[in-house]
Design a protein around this ligand. Sequence first.
Ligand code: URA
Length: 188
Amino acid sequence: MAPGTELADLAREAAGCDRCPLAAQRTQVVFGVGDPEADLMFVGEAPGRDEDLQGEPFVGRSGKLLDRLMQEELGVDRSRCYIANVVKCRPPDNRDPTPVEIAACRPYLEAQLQLVRPKVVVTLGNFSTRLLLETDLGITKVRGKAYPMGEWQLVPTYHPAAALRSGGVVVAEMRADLVRAKQLVGWG
Ligand code: URA
């Protein structure tokens, strides 16, 4: 079966998910978006208010910055990539996802990785980086290089919300991380 069909089936299954308490408060499950056979995948943290309402990852302020950096540093728009989050439902008041929620949602992310089979995964911020790199270290400690993960490479970078808060150096470092990802994908 084509990855697109399997992803669509999985998204349909996830739409009714009640594996964790977030199910009770969400408007909808925000499963993922983009090319089901993308070479480059982004993994964020969890949907915010805009994403919960629209059903698509990174459509709010953080997403606008991500789209801009993608265009400026990679020369592509989001349709060439696949974008997902660690947790597929919005935590109330945008609080951090809990370990229970992350563990409950993890099989969806694992399946997305297996179906899309990207060459490179850019993790955005601490939650996706810690989960996929299996580390307790923070993003500032681990970013700046790529990590071979078997079939794919992991490029950790800041969450765009951190870049919006901090500006300057953080945005510049995010740009450098995206250039690293671009080269590893073979787009550079
Ligand atoms: N922040 C995230 O981590 N993911 C989104 O989809 C939106 C904001």
